[in-house]
Design a protein around this ligand. Structure first.
Ligand code: AMP
Ligand code: MG
Length: 411
């Protein structure tokens, strides 16, 4: 059995960035640019009117003007503006030749059908117009490589006519829950059966980190069925199988994985929960066999799968450093494996009398072990209780791993 740190080193070594790909901009929200975006156009692409009004030459002080044409957005003017005349333009229409300002429609007086009285104060050159390239110009870098795309960036890419963008793609992750006892959501739960918590939980966890998931549903503990489903899952960048990796007579997953050419990197880790975790690789596909109990699945996902996904997306493998907190009560620990105990870390309750340390309080949840998912709904973190037989008094410092710190693809 290897330690958590040794296991992390193996997973890190195997987690190589997925090659960048060119994808439609509408699918690229939150992804990191593989290369800089350089504009192929000027913005705006032509001198344009920013108002509904009348295009004029500012230096022409004629008190009245004759309207010789009307141009709406999407059209082009056919005449030039000359002293004594004007062209009516709508917002977004190209500025006619000879004009250098637009007087807004509210500021003119219509003397008859085609004659206007201009404001007596005149108009300054440049009023109501935006010159070609005023926002940015062709050849200008708009977004740097590594930049994570926001909704505004998607709009900008659309503005410059770029339909596709080269990004570090979202990892595709196939999820298979295994176990004869499992029942799909909404189906009646018979004697000896339980609902499939892991499948939907993993889909939600993957969504929370903006990975793309493929739901393979439930696989029975049958070698043929497992082989068929796992083969399909091995087409993804990562396959997560839950259940069937321990020492029971129907724990068939490691055997099937190996039969399908997945190289086992390690099996079993010195940690609690999560001990039976299986990890392997076939070509570029990473395979996690997570123990079936839902808390084991969650803890394994947080500690091992998340950093791997980060690395597949081209980021550093490393997880954020653990937080430090102070236990609100005493705890007795027994056993040769570190325990990841559900807890509540309360940053709002830093004890200011001890403000030199300023550590948040850590309350361990009442928890009945790896099948007790409900305790996790009251927790926001995992307190890491080191291996060994000991007691920690209230106030003792512990390391804490925050849970549900999703959104990393959108950071
Ligand atoms: P296994 O890892 O297959 O030995 O399963 C360990 C325990 O986790 C058993 O009590 C299973 O019934 C339970 N379990 C396995 N898969 C799931 C799942 N998808 N959802 C909820 N519990 C599960
Ligand atoms: Mg099982």
């Amino acid at each position: 059995m290897i330690s958590v740190d040794e296991a992390l080193q193996h997973v890190s070594r195997c987690s190589q960035p997925i090659p960048s790909a060119s994808i439609p901009i509408v699918a690229a929200l939150g992804l990191r640019l593989a290369e800089a975006v350089v504009s192929s156009v000027d913005s705006p692409p032509f001198d344009k009117s920013m108002l509904d009004g009348f295009a004029v030459e500012a230096s022409d002080r004629s008190p009245t003007r004759r309207v010789i044409e009307q141009v709406v957005a999407g059209e082009v003017p056919h005449h030039a503006v000359e002293p004594g005349n004007t062209i009516q333009v709508m917002t977004g229409a190209p500025l006619p030749e000879g004009a250098d300002a637009v007087v807004k429609v509210e500021d003119v007086k219509h003397l008859d059908e085609v004659t206007l009285e201009m404001p007596s104060a005149g108009v300054a050159s440049g009023t109501g117009i935006l010159r070609r390239g005023a926002a940015f110009h062709r050849g200008q870098q708009l977004l740097a490589a590594e930049h994570r795309l926001t909704p505004v960036d998607i709009g900008l890419l659309a503005e410059i006519g770029q339909a596709k963008v080269c990004v570090a793609p979202r990892p595709r992750v196939a999820v298979l829950a295994t176990g004869n006892e499992l029942v799909e959501i909404g189906q009646p739960v018979g004697a000896g059966q339980i609902g499939n918590s892991n499948g939907p939980m993993l889909m939600a966890l993957l969504e929370s980190v903006h990975a793309s998931s493929i739901d393979l549903g439930i696989g029975r503990d049958d070698p043929g069925e497992l082989k068929r489903l796992i083969s399909a899952g091995l087409e993804a960048d990562m396959l997560i199988v839950t259940g069937g990796v321990s020492a029971g007579v129907l724990d068939l997953v490691p055997g099937v994985l190996q039969e399908l050419g997945v190289e086992q990197i390690f099996h079993k880790i010195r940690m609690k929960p999560g001990k039976p975790l299986w990890f392997g690789q076939r070509e570029r596909t990473l395979v996690f066999g997570l123990p079936g109990n839902p808390v084991s699945t969650l803890v394994s996902f947080e500690i091992f799968v998340k950093p791997a996904l980060r690395a597949l997306g081209g980021e550093d493998f490393s997880s954020p450093p653990p937080l430090r907190g102070e236990l609100t009560g005493s705890v007795t620990h027994r056993g040769k494996r570190p325990t990841y105990h559900p807890c509540w870390i309360d940053f709002g309750r830093i004890d200011f009398e001890k403000c030199q340390q300023g550590l948040p309080s850590v309350e361990l949840m009442r928890w009945s072990g790896s099948a007790d998912l409900a305790a996790l709904t009251r927790a926001n973190a995992l307190a890491v209780l080191p291996e060994g037989d000991y007691e920690l008094a209230a106030g003792a410092e512990v390391n804490v791993v925050a849970l549900h710190s999703g959104d990393f693809l959108l950071k």
